[in-house]
Design a protein around this ligand. Sequence first.
Ligand code: MG
Ligand code: MG
Length: 254
Amino acid sequence: MIILKTRDEIARMRVAGQMVAQVLSLLESQVKPGITTASLNALAEEECRKRGAIPVFKNYPNSRGGPPFPGAICASVNEEVVHGIPGKRVLKEGDILSIDFGVLLDGFAGDSAITVPVGEVDPEVARLLQVTEESLMKGIQQALPGHRLGRVSQAVQQWAEKNGFSVVREYVGHGIGRAMHEDPPVPNYGRPDRGPVLKEGMTLAIEPMLNMGTYKVFTKIDDWTVVTQDGKHSAHFEHTVAVTSHGPEILTLR
Ligand code: MG
Ligand code: MG
């Protein structure tokens, strides 16, 4: 069931979304060769504590029966697609780091992700980041009342594939509101005539994951970290978006 939000509820989601955006900007400014992903995680946790927000990823149950997620952020490096566990890994020049962060603030969720270059990266990797963010924006532009959700999915996929990258199938975006994950699932691929008709008051987390090689992925032995099957790089961008009568509103805009 898709839960429609009132204007007041969207206003509260905007507050949560803006907090997520501010923390991601802060984390982005800290990314440089020599730091660990654990240090970024500690910073995110500290910001949650200061602002009275709940870091929703922390202790998130594992659908594979493994341990709950230990971090406030997902930190996914290079061939890691999503759900990387922050830890002692030291970032080095040329890496890319996807930071995914979500909170519950005043009863509402915000969820956003960015992929950040560590120092100077290979031009083709830089292009992957750019096209992934662009594909997110192409999808968001289609989040209009009266459109089927498939229009969003198709726009993401077309831009990704036109630019020579592949779209991860196994992980998708989601509705979001009082819970981090609500209906409907938001795939980053598919036909424009599929999916529910979008309505004013729907709130969606749109989150393309693009790979340089195959779209196929697998989960590592830690039961969390998703990596590309061919070991090539992957990027991830995400925004929480409200469908409104005057167009899509990006609640996590930085
Ligand atoms: Mg996220
Ligand atoms: Mg999400």
